[in-house]
Write a protein that binds this ligand. Sequence first.
Ligand code: PEP
Length: 259
Amino acid sequence: MKFTGHTMALRPYIVGNWKMNGTRAMLAEARAIGRVASRYPDIDVGLAPPFTLLHPMVEAVPELEVGGQDCHASVSGAFTGDISAAMLADAGARFTIVGHSERRQFHGEGNEEVRGKAEAALAADLSVILCVGETEVERDSGHAEAVVSAQLDGSLPRGQGAAAKLAIAYEPVWAIGTGRVPQVSDVAAMHRAIRAKLLAVYGEAGAGVRILYGGSVNAGNAAELLAVDEVAGALVGGASLVAESFAAIINAANMLHDA
Ligand code: PEP
């Protein structure tokens, strides 16, 4: 059993983010992932398909935790093209990702908006995976931890019980979809800094928040990344689209958990 730096065992959490990929033909892949997930009862496995596949996936693969990739901060209203947290929950979602760097970059989402989305999701009884991470320029100039700390200050949801349904995904922007991953020592340092921030904001409840690593996780590097202190799981993009490679990541999490 792997213990984190805060001497608390957290259930490993492996989540796939399909981004804007997948039509109903891909449900076969989700079923294959579901079969793998059911072999590992000690690992939490989630999949975030495009909105159009949410409900079909919930119906087709009940053994998977299915979630959204984003939600709006409002419950309803004149927001063409947006989806509220209550709608995600109604479709059968159990969680949503918020603050993904592609939302921040391509949709101009700032920390305050991300916090609003996270709080709306919690109010709809969804769990939240809140993404943070620095750009390459920010890392190279030595500001990575300050940037992530500021993102957390601005976007962490507040309120009673927020920490209990929260996970953080540390995703260096320059590592997403690039095949590049940070040094293990940099991942460890950032995850320690995130844990310290969570404890400062939430008190002891901050010890139970899972901190995932995301950015070019694949079958080949998962074991090394998941073994890092304070890494409680992974948010996986490209490698989650193919059941075989996603299965290898789930398997790596299970081997570490059993070790
Ligand atoms: C992501 O988008 O959350 C991600 C980590 O993508 P990839 O695994 O493809 O780098």
